[in-house]
Design a protein around this ligand. Structure first.
Ligand code: PGA
Length: 256
């Protein structure tokens, strides 16, 4: 059985106090409903990681993730945050290759590969994001785009490292737009991604790799998305900033 995962990507939102309120509300509700079988992840700002790690340790099993990391191990890189520094806060995961990083910070597949390698070496679990643009989809290039992104960033990993990766399919046209992929589009792409992994690493690893959907996932569409056999959860942006909404999404994941 694959892990079901609900990850909240808070992006550049919430001050420390707002974040603590939101985190507490989510964890209180999570404790009330006592779900089993869903791993809940929250990715706050770098500067709040240590605080949320200590809050998570106090009350439940929420896992804390960074939203990005440096591709360099250490040294004179002002403003950068290495996987080792992230790990030292107690955070266990890191989102890598988000389309906002690719678009606004010109992150290439090569750079993303370096980040993946370094994060695994450091003992962090990478949540690797891939996704096509609206134009690429309209030109029927979506499968090819995803294949290239995945093979460049992940397929040089030995099987023992690949199996530490969580994949997130996030079509760019669906992120923050209110226009989610249909359940059929999500299933089709997730199935394709799993078949790529199977070709490269075999059935066992492909069957065990969690593939999350991201892009305007909310409590209205999560049920239909999570019903799909290859959709193992969600990477949720906007809707994870509202505790009630995020909990509904987690509940629908647990039910499917
Ligand atoms: P969204 O963001 O849910 O606000 O569309 C998802 C993401 O970027 O991870």
């Amino acid at each position: 059985m694959r892990k079901k995962i609900a990850a909240g990507n808070w992006k550049m939102n919430t001050t420390l106090l707002q974040g603590i309120d939101l985190f507490n509300e989510i964890s209180i509700r999570l404790n009330e409903i006592q779900l089993s079988g869903v791993q809940v992840i929250i990715a706050p700002s770098f500067v709040h990681l240590a605080k949320f790690v200590s809050l998570a340790r106090l009350n439940n099993s929420i896992c804390i993730s960074a939203q990005n990391c440096s591709h360099e191990e250490k040294g004179a890189f002002t403003g950068e945050v290495s996987p080792e520094i992230i790990k030292s806060t107690g955070a266990e995961m890191v989102i890598i290759g988000h389309s906002e990083r690719r678009k606004y910070f010109n992150e290439s597949d090569e750079l993303i590969e370096q980040k993946i390698n370094l994060s695994i070496k450091t003992g962090l679990t990478p949540i690797f994001c891939c996704g096509e643009s609206e134009i690429q989809r309209s030109q029927n290039q979506h499968f090819n785009t995803i294949k290239l992104q995945i093979s460049k960033a992940l397929f040089n990993l030995p099987p023992t490292d690949f199996c530490k990766v969580i994949v997130a399919y996030e079509p760019i046209w669906a992120i923050g737009t209110g226009k989610n992929a249909t359940p059929e589009q999500a299933q089709e792409m997730h199935h394709y991604i799993r078949s790529l992994i199977e070709d490269k690493y075999g059935m066992h690893i492909a069957g065990a790799t969690p593939i999350l959907y991201g892009g305007s996932c909310n409590s209205e569409n999560s049920d239909a998305l999570f019903k799909n056999p290859d959709v193992d959860g969600g990477l949720v942006g906007g809707a994870s900033l509202n505790a009630e909404e995020f909990i509904k999404i987690i509940r629908s994941l647990a039910a499917n």
